[in-house]
Each structure stands twice: as C-alpha cells, then as structure tokens.
Design a protein around this ligand. Structure first.
Ligand SMILES: Cc1ncc(C[n+]2csc(CCOP(=O)(O)OP(=O)(O)O)c2C)c(N)n1
Ligand SMILES: [Mg+2]
Length: 564
C-alpha cells in the first residue's frame, strides 16, 4: 500500500464504503445527481460498470426514495439510496417514513458539508443529522475523511454497524471535504450473498382450537397461510397480504365476520402483517373476551388496536395435535363455505345459460354477453380483471385508492405476490415503488435462467388518477436507464372519490366538498404518457379491458375512465 495521501480522501472512503456494502451482499443502489455526493456517485457508477451492483439514476430524490423502497421490498435485501446535501435529503422523507412503518430495509447515504462549513450559511447546507426524526432505526453523522486513517478499516467498521440487525431505515450522513473526488481504482471485491433472516427470538407455540382466526394484513406473506392451515383456522387475508390463497381462505371476510354466529364466536385472533383495509378487524380485536396475538411485522409500531393485544411474538409455531385440528374442522369449514356463497352472489356473471340446448335461450344469453362487453367498466370489474390477469410470476402493486378496497371485497383466492405501501398508506410514490418492484423481479428472473418474456412476468400497478398525477415525475427514465415491463392501470374518476365513502360526503356542502376533498382534475393522460415515452391505451368498455391487460414488453399506461 502506498504511503502517499490519497488524491481525494472523499473518493477513497466512498469507494471503500460501497465496496464493503457489496461484500456484505447489497446489490441495489439508487442515486440522484449532486456535487457534494460526487465521490459516492462516481464510485457507484464504477461498481456498476464492473458488474458488481445494479445502479439506477433518478433526477428526483422523492422518486429515487420510493424506487429504492420497491427494490428492497422485492429483493428482501437492504437497498441503498445516495443523495447530495440540502433539500435533496428531505425529498427522501416520504419513502423513509413508509419504509420505517412498513419495516423495509433502506440505507440512506446523504452527503453533507464538513463541520467547519455547517451553521454559517454555506450554500446548500442545513441540519441533516436527525432530519428524519425518530423514523430511522439508527443514524450516523460521519466526519469528513481526512486520508489519515485506513479508509478500508473505517468503511468496514461503519458497514458492520449499519447492517447489523437492519429491519428498517438506517441514515448515514457523510461529510465530505474538497477535493470532493478524484479518479479511484476499485478495490478487489467479491460480492457477498445477503444472509437469510436471522432466527426469530420470541417464538410462541399455539394449539389448534375452534374459535381461532388468522388475520393477514399487508406484508403477512405465505407464513400466515401456513399458520392458518396448521391451526385449522379461518384465514382472513387482505388483498395486499400475499396470503390470500389456500383452503382456509375467507375472502368475503367482512361480511362473514359481521354475520351472526361468526365474529361473535371468535375467541382468539392471530395477526400477521399490518391490517389496514377494514374497520371490522380492529373492532373485533377490541371486543370483550377476544385474545389477540400479534406476530411482529418489522414496522416501527407494533399493531395494537385499542391497546388490546395480549401477546406479541416474532413468530408462531403450531403444536402437532391431529385431534385438536380435527375438532376445528367444522369451525373453519363454516367460515369458508359462507364466504364462498357470498362471493358467488356478488359475481354477476351467470354462466349457466351458455350450456343450454335451447336456441332462444342461447341467443338471449349471447345478447346479454354482448351487452356486458359494451358496458362501461366498473371499479369492481376493473379490480377483478387486474387480479384475474395476474399470476404467480407477475407482481401486483396496489395504490391507496377506492380500488384496493373494492378488490379486497371481491378478490377470490390466488397466490399472487402483491405489494402495497400500507405502512402509511400514502398516495405518493406509487409509480416509483412499482418500477422498483418490476426492475428487481425482472432482473432476478432474467438471471435465474428463465428465458421467455412470459416466464419473467410483468408488474401491474393499479392506482387512482390522483396517485398517478402525484407521482407523474416517476414516469421519467434517463438515457440508458433500464426500463422494466410494467403496466400502470389508472382508474380515472376525475379526483379522489374515496372521500365519497366517508361521513363528510353527506354532511359537508357539496361544492365545498368537491373543491377541497374530491379535488377534481381533467389532466389529459394520453399526451402525458407520450411525453414520457410510455405506450398509452384507453379502455372504454368491459370488452376492451382484458385485451388491454395482456402482458406485452415495455411500459404501458392504461387509462380506464370510471364513473364517480
Ligand atoms: C401523500 C398523501 N396525501 C394525501 C392522502 C389522502 N388521500 C387518501 S386517498 C386520496 C385520494 C386518492 O385519489 P385517487 O388516487 O384518484 O383514488 P380514488 O380514491 O379516486 O380511487 C387522498 C388525497 C394520502 N393518503 N397520501
Ligand atoms: Mg380517483
């Protein structure tokens, strides 16, 4: 090793830092441009060129933040986002909060001025340490590297701390002094494999018992489905849970829960993930005589409606007790059958007539079918069509809108990977999150030897018009940026019609309500899509819906006009 001081301590340290992250198994880095962060950015570009990371570059840090979140959700590994100083860091705040509340591992590397340039009105300089309040699990304010100590050792120590026990956001604020960069050789790094999640500490053993139900909220995953089966318990799985499948599924859970002889017979509730889509679930947990066990989901607050949860655990196991399981058979069977009957009633297509021999009956049926195809698309038919078009190799991302609620009421069981930003249920960052999920999924599929486009799957994002406009900037891809196969399906009802379902819609003055809650808009989405280089499709009736959802390569914006 040479004893001459490095040409830029900033670059030596930035390169060593990224090298340590790669060695530890980090694969995905997102950055936005800036001067103070140039050492990190240039090092990241070199690591990308060497095939050691996947780098995404976005102009807007708010986009970059949610993109990073989507990548981390899909890969299950911490992803890194790099920004320059000042307002650039603050643009990450929404994604930081969502990641903190949803328990998504996110590493923020923000560049800052060194100590001597802080607090004296220097350009683009604010108080960055602590900027995200108590959202990060841990934060560091790292003094500017001076070139005196070994950058490798300093980087190794820092990365070890940053990655230890990471479940949410880690904010590493890095001061850099001029010269802010210099050409730098990459270290010899062998990319590591991110280790599997560490063993859960507090594991609770449960026994199957009639009267038990399993609730799966966002992020619950297949673990919830397995637990429900092992417990012989009805599985009340929200559509964003990733657990909406299996023999114990109660898809019409709201209706069944509130029907006589069901909800009132519940004695024990086991919760996975973060339930947010119904009022019935928190109401049941707060009922007298209900014991609730919550399996922690990694978000900063443990789910605890009315502070009525009696036990928290990191995981549950189920005692092997065939007799007890047998005793629960009738209990779970009643829930499942009732739910199926309700869903069938909601399904307005009556296929029976197609099978009849009678000519006139068949003609009437054909006419009815034709009329159905010409009918305008409803929220229910839109949500169901997107659900039905999606398969296990696809990904579905659901925005906060009326549409996720509609889908939650009617989606039948199907093992589809679904993600929704329900940590804080913001309408922001939906497109960027979806692109992150799509990029990660398609990269992994490509590199697992699956050749055809079909096997790689497609990501569909179902969102409302306001969520679409909120994140329109995320439609932009810079020159040379990888573009995933993705469909944005926008249910366009000209504003935020979710508020029509709230009490205020009946009590407030209609014009005032529209102005400040509905917030009507008439943005023309077709030229918007064209401006960003997205293909555009408009679906004007039910018959055009399924063909529009057929997977195709590229980025497609599908507008589906909906009645208020
Ligand atoms: C960042 C953010 N701002 C505001 C809200 C409050 N909010 C919830 S839903 C909604 C309207 C959504 O409208 P749209 O995307 O068109 O969906 P729709 O309900 O019309 O289906 C708003 C403003 C939020 N959740 N997040
Ligand atoms: Mg809307």
């Amino acid at each position: 090793m040479s004893s001459a001081p490095p040409a830029s301590p900033a670059s030596s340290f930035a390169t060593a830092l990224l090298g340590e992250l790669v060695r530890a198994g980090v694969t995905d880095v997102v950055l936005s441009p800036g001067s103070r962060s140039q050492a990190l950015a240039l090092a990241a570009a070199q690591f990308e060129r060497a095939g050691l990371i996947r780098l995404r570059v976005r102009i807007d840090e708010r986009s970059a933040g949610f993109l990073t979140l989507g990548l981390a959700v899909e890969t299950g590994r911490p992803a890194v986002v790099i920004t320059t100083s000042g307002t650039a860091v603050a643009e990450l705040h929404p994604a930081v909060l969502e990641a903190a509340h949803a328990g998504v591992p996110l590493i923020v590397l923000s560049a800052d001025r060194p100590a001597e340039l802080r607090g004296i009105g220097s350009n683009q300089t604010t108080v960055q340490p602590g900027m995200f309040g108590d959202a990060p699990e841990r934060s560091w304010d790292v003094p500017a590297p001076t070139g005196d100590a070994s950058p490798e050792q300093a980087a190794r120590d820092l990365v070890a701390e940053v990655l230890t026990g990471i479940r949410g956001v880690r904010h590493v604020n890095l001061a850099f002094r001029e010269p802010l960069s210099a050409p730098q050789q990459l270290p010899d790094v062998a990319p590591g494999a991110w280790p599997p999640a560490p063993a859960r500490v507090e594991v609770l053993e449960l026994r199957p018992e009639p009267g038990t139900i399993v609730i799966a909220g966002t992020g619950a995953g297949a673990e919830a489905e397995a637990a429900a089966r092992a417990l012989g318990a009805p599985l009340l799985a929200e559509v964003s849970s990733g657990a909406r499948f299996g023999p114990n599924l109660v898809a019409a859970y709201r209706e069944v829960m509130t029907a006589g002889n069901f909800g009132d017979r519940v004695e024990r509730v086991v919760v996975f993930g973060h339930p947010t889509l119904s009022r019935e679930v928190p109401a049941l947990i707060q009922r007298e005589g209900v014991e609730t066990i919550v399996v922690r989901s990694g978000g900063r607050d443990d789910y605890n409606p009315g502070h009525r949860v009696s036990r928290f655990a990191d995981a549950v196991t189920v005692a092997d007790d065939p007799a007890a399981l047998e005793a629960s058979r009738g209990w779970v069977g009643r829930w499942v059958m009732t739910s199926r009957a309700i869903l069938e009633e909601l399904d307005d297509a009556a296929p029976g007539a197609a099978l009849t021999e009678d000519y006139r009956e068949r003609a009437v049926f054909a006419l009815t079918q034709l009329e159905a195809l010409r009918a305008p698309v409803t929220r229910r038919s839109l949500a169901l069509a997107v659900w039905n078009a999606s398969w296990p190799h696809d990904r579905l991302v659901l925005a906060s809108s009326r549409l996720i609620r509609e889908l939650d009421r009617v989606a039948p069981g199907k093992k589809i990977p679904v993600h929704s930003n329900r940590g804080l249920a913001g309408i922001d960052g939906t497109i960027a999150t979806g692109i992150g999920v799509a990029l990660a999924q398609q990269f992994d599929a490509q590199h697992s030897g699956e050749a055809s486009t079909d096997a790689r799957g497609i990501t569909r994002v179902l969102l409302g018009d306001l969520a679409m406009l909120h994140d329109a900037g995320s439609l932009a891809f810079g020159v040379g940026e990888t573009r995933p196969n993705i469909q944005l399906i926008v249910g366009n009802d000209g504003g935020g019609t979710i508020f029509d379902g709230l009490e205020v819609a009946a009590s407030a003055d209609a014009a005032l309500f529209d102005r400040v809650l509905l917030t009507p808009q008439t943005v023309d989405l077709e030229p918007l899509a064209a401006a960003y280089g997205w293909e555009f499709r408009r679906v004007t009736n039910r018959g055009e819906l399924d063909p529009a959802l057929t997977p195709s390569p590229g980025q497609v914006l599908i507008e589906v006009p909906l009645q208020r």
